[in-house]
Design a protein around this ligand. Structure first.
Ligand SMILES: Cc1cc2nc3c(=O)[nH]c(=O)nc-3n(C[C@H](O)[C@H](O)[C@H](O)COP(=O)(O)O)c2cc1C
Length: 195
């Protein structure tokens, strides 16, 4: 049985922290592709893969995004080399004949429209979580944010499409001189039950 060694577990979990300040070290397009190549593997219901990821990198696109943010998120977002809009495609089920051929899952969603949004949001959120782990695995730091106007981001980036924003993730190399102490984590007895 193979398990992640201590170095890997430290990188992904124990030493990883939320970054709010960034060095100016850039992120190449190649590295973003490598991050997605890890993000795509974990499971989603019906292998539905509703997560969609917009890597906001150019100064113009960053400005457009900054106009949608809560004040406290503007500086950190403009300083990060890349900000990911974690989104979901409300028409994700059109891909299901290709990604889940064992069952007519497309027909299932077409006949159960109430299941579309919760499936898109649940599995799209997992995708954002996986992307954070993938980024950390590639040596990047992450700064997730929900302090923004989703409708404004959808209008600015997704007009005329079925993509909808969920949350944002700043990506880059954290400025350790401005690192916050890690927040307290609940222990097993507080957060878990074995029944
Ligand atoms: C979904 C989500 C939304 C968040 N929204 C914001 C935000 O709008 N602005 C911000 O500065 N931090 C935001 N955070 C960062 C959290 O406050 C931070 O990850 C948490 O306190 C743990 O910090 P630590 O990893 O440094 O211990 C968000 C985190 C998550 C996962």
């Amino acid at each position: 049985m193979t398990i992640l060694d201590k170095t890997g577990a430290d990188l992904l979990f124990r030493e990883a922290y939320t970054s709010h300040a960034w060095t100016d070290k850039p992120i190449s397009e190649e590295l973003l592709k490598q991050v997605y190549d890890l993000t795509k593997y974990p499971p989603t219901s019906f292998n539905s893969q509703p997560g969609r990821y917009v890597f906001v990198k150019s100064p113009d696109a960053k400005k457009k995004l900054a106009a949608c943010l809560m004040e406290g998120n503007v500086e950190q977002t403009l300083a990060a080399p890349v900000t990911v809009i974690v989104a979901h495609d409300m028409k994700f089920y059109n891909e299901l004949p290709r990604t889940y051929p064992a069952f007519d899952a497309k027909g299932f969603f077409e006949s159960m429209p109430a299941a579309i949004e919760p499936t898109a949001v649940r599995n799209g959120t997992l995708g954002g979580g996986y992307l954070m782990m993938a980024a950390r695995a590639m040596g990047l730091d992450v700064g997730p944010m929900s302090g923004f106007d989703n409708a404004a981001v959808d209008a600015a980036f997704f007009a005329g499409t079925e993509w909808r924003s969920n949350f944002l993730i700043n990506l880059g190399y954290g400025d350790v001189s401005k690192k916050y102490p890690r927040g307290l984590r609940l222990d097993f007895a507080e957060a878990c039950k074995i029944v």
